[in-house]
Design a protein around this ligand. Structure first.
Ligand SMILES: Cc1cc2nc3c(=O)[nH]c(=O)nc-3n(C[C@H](O)[C@H](O)[C@H](O)COP(=O)(O)O)c2cc1C
Ligand code: SF4
Length: 667
């Protein structure tokens, strides 16, 4: 079906069965640099799912470059565990690659026993918030030797290919960048000098592993950091890599400290494939594309259009390791989507915690959470077709139960529809696509427009009842808040009503801020119109920018706390706040709404004392509370049931999906 995606490719002399590569991705499943069962089972699942290449990494080449958080191959004692891992990956039919890693000035003293990180120059690193020690010529030789020695160990451990990381702002990119490399010796200054360290490192690794082992370099297609390398310079860098002996170039986006987002939902699918094409035009070795290549159609198009020779599927394979197999078998609709929420992966890593997946309760738990078969004569009734109920129904059906799913609404999805409504959040709706396909595949009987009561449950007499009634908008006790003109955020996101020009939003949590963006984006240019106007130079660039971010409403958010967005994840908060700022949304913190008159006049207790302000539309976004109507009735009737999701307490998407899964597993 996907002709290009499933055609083999040869790298050096190694045949890869398809064009799908799982890239290096830090998982933090150990804090001693060692592999363990959690890693083995995680990688077994990724290899079993059908990817052509499975890359293990980041793997540190020495202590100062990675500390204890990343895996390591800094000495021979690490080899046996990696031998076991390559046996698992290769045994499942994938090629095992390893990414060798050195953070350089991106490391931090707390990760490396209080040592000062090393880098090309002693220039403050704003990402790590530390000034590294300038590497001596001896340090340079030592690190290059560490790369070569680790590469040799990797080959001994059975890896089919080796990758060197020269992306994301780590050591090799630091040498390339005039921003971090201010040396005056042979390793700094001119292009030739700045590229010397990466070039020599590649040459040394190549020399050590011999001519036949596939060697890859992962490079930034554009650093996306002012003053650093752009996509005007990166093709020349790629040419140097090719001449130094790499067999494949893996092109990703920019540095960690870039103000251009690299990972979130806002990043359009395959947005950085153009960077791969830019490199592909400069070299003759195969090139890989990366970042947000989500569905098989997207991947196939990149390959068909000739932007790259292979695609990296990172978080996508965390969310569904079976992606390749499902695509191959024409079951794309059954792919569990990565919704690019960052909550289970990036946010976890930033907090020093192990990676999981919001949408896939098995990711990182492959060894302990097993979908074991149940008695197929038993019947399960699931009430509520939001995320928690859907996941519970699908898992119960996968276990072999006969499952019926009920919802009083006319469609499945519940709050997922609201979560997917704001700009750049549409990827969330992919979950509905997935669950719809799974209900079909697993023959789950769906009863929509059906309110479930005790009578229906007694009549159906299921063996198990799972209640996922969800939540409802919470209206805070503010004088005048029940005026009929005042809307809840849920009404705005769900019904998309016409709003006034001056809009006030009460509540600056995640829902309030997303709603603010939803409202502020009304009346702004769509991407297609922007493309048209830009192509024909119909408007000045500044005017286009204005039209992108100024629509029909002026939005003000009122938050009682000193900071808005307290419940927004670390890796996406800055993006959301920057977006709100671009859209001209005003956020007034430390400001309590004391009363609302006539549904529009707010009395505010803020830093300037008490004030009154008039708005055309007032929206309440003050959280939600559980709906427990059926659960309470079941309780009183003494009928056993399991509550899942927001019915227990309003939580995040992760709580709903994992809760639904675990409840069905426990039946
Ligand atoms: C939690 C996390 C850790 C990552 N660690 C690495 C890494 O160590 N080396 C690397 O080259 N890329 C790393 N990446 C980037 C991924 O390999 C991949 O390029 C990125 O997630 C974009 O692709 P995707 O949209 O398919 O996930 C990491 C990404 C995430 C989310
Ligand atoms: S946690 Fe979110 S971003 Fe990370 S893999 Fe899962 S769905 Fe994707």
């Amino acid at each position: 079906m996907y002709r290009y995606l499933f055609s083999p490719i040869t790298i050096n002399q190694l045949e890869i069965k398809n064009r799908i590569a799982y890239p290096a991705l830090g998982l933090l499943y150990s804090y001693d640099s060692r592999l363990n069962d959690r890693y083995y089972e995680y990688f077994r699942a990724r290899a079993r799912g059908g990817a052509g290449i499975v890359t293990v990494g980041p793997v540190g080449v020495d202590f100062i470059g990675s500390g204890l958080a990343a895996l390591s191959l800094r000495d021979d004692t690490y080899i046996p565990d990696f031998q076991k891992l390559t046996g698992i990956i290769r045994g499942e039919g994938a090629r095992a690659f390893i990414q060798l890693f050195h953070a350089g000035g991106y490391s931090h003293p707390i990760l490396i026993d209080g040592q000062t990180p090393i880098g090309p120059s002693a220039v403050f690193n704003p990402y790590a918030k530390v000034t590294p020690r300038e590497m001596t010529l001896e340090d340079i030789d030592t690190v290059q030797e560490a790369f070569a020695a680790a590469a040799a160990r990797a080959v001994e451990a059975g890896f089919d290919g080796v990758e060197i990381i020269a992306s994301a702002g780590y050591l090799l990119t630091q040498f390339l960048s005039p921003l971090r490399n201010q040396r005056t010796d042979a390793y700094g200054g001119s292009f030739e000098n700045r590229v010397r360290f990466p070039r020599e490192t590649i040459e040394r690794v190549r020399q050590r592993i011999g001519p036949d082992v596939p060697l890859s370099v992962r490079m930034a297609g554009n650093d996306f950091v002012p003053g650093s390398n752009t996509d005007s310079e990166t093709p020349a860098i790629a040419k140097v890599y090719e001449a130094a002996g790499v067999d494949v170039i893996n092109v990703t986006g920019g540095w960690h400290e870039s103000k251009v987002p690299q990972l979130p939902m806002e990043l359009p699918r395959s947005a950085y494939a153009y960077l791969a094409l830019n490199i592909k035009k400069a070299v003759s070795v195969p090139v890989m594309a990366s970042n947000r290549i989500t569905m098989p159609e997207t991947a196939e198009q990149i390959l068909r259009d000739g932007c790259a020779d292979m695609v990296n599927l990172g978080r996508v394979l965390i969310a569904d390791p079976e992606w390749p197999r499902k695509a191959f078998e024409g079951r794309s609709a059954e792919i569990r989507p990565c919704v690019a929420c960052s909550q289970g992966c990036t946010d976890q890593i930033f907090s020093g915690k192990p990676v999981f997946c919001v949408g896939n309760p098995l990711a990182g738990f492959e060894g302990e959470r097993k979908i074991f078969q149940a008695d197929p004569s038993k019947r399960v009734m699931v009430v509520g077709a939001g995320a928690a109920g859907l996941e519970a129904a699908v898992t119960a059906a996968q276990r072999g139960f006969q499952v019926s799913l009920y919802d009083k609404a006319g469609d499945i999805g519940g709050q997922l529809w609201l979560a997917g409504a704001p700009p750049h959040k549409r990827e969330i709706l992919e979950l509905i696509r997935y669950y719809r396909a799974m209900l079909n595949r697993l023959d789950i009987r769906l009863h929509l427009n059906t309110a479930v009561d005790l009578e229906l449950i007694r009549r159906e007499a299921p063996d198990h009842v799972i209640v996922a009634e969800g939540a409802e908008a919470l209206v805070p006790p503010i004088a005048g808040i029940h005026h009929p003109d005042i809307l809840t955020a849920w009404q705005v996101l769900g019904d998309n009503p016409r709003l006034g020009r001056r809009v006030a939003i009460i509540g600056g949590g995640a829902v309030g801020l997303e709603t603010a963006l939803f409202v502020a984006a009304k009346g702004t240019l769509t991407p297609e119109i922007l493309h048209f106007l830009f192509a024909y130079e119909a408007e000045r660039t500044e005017r286009l920018r204005e039209l992108m971010f100024r629509g029909t409403s002026e939005v003000t958010v009122f938050e009682m706390l000193p900071k808005a967005g307290a419940d927004v994840g670390k890796s996406t908060k800055w993006i959301l706040l920057a977006n709100l700022d671009r859209h001209g949304v005003k956020i007034r913190t430390n400001t309590k709404v004391a009363a609302v008159e006539d549904g529009r006049m707010l009395t505010l207790d803020g830093p300037d004392g008490q004030t009154r302000e008039d708005f055309d539309t007032v929206i309440v976004a003050s959280g939600s509370r559980p709906v427990q109507r059926l659960s309470k009735a079941l309780e009183e009737a003494g009928i056993p049931y399991t509550a899942v999701g927001d019915t227990i307490a309003p939580g995040k998407l992760n709580d709903a999906i994992h809760g639904g899964f675990l409840a069905a597993l426990a039946l």
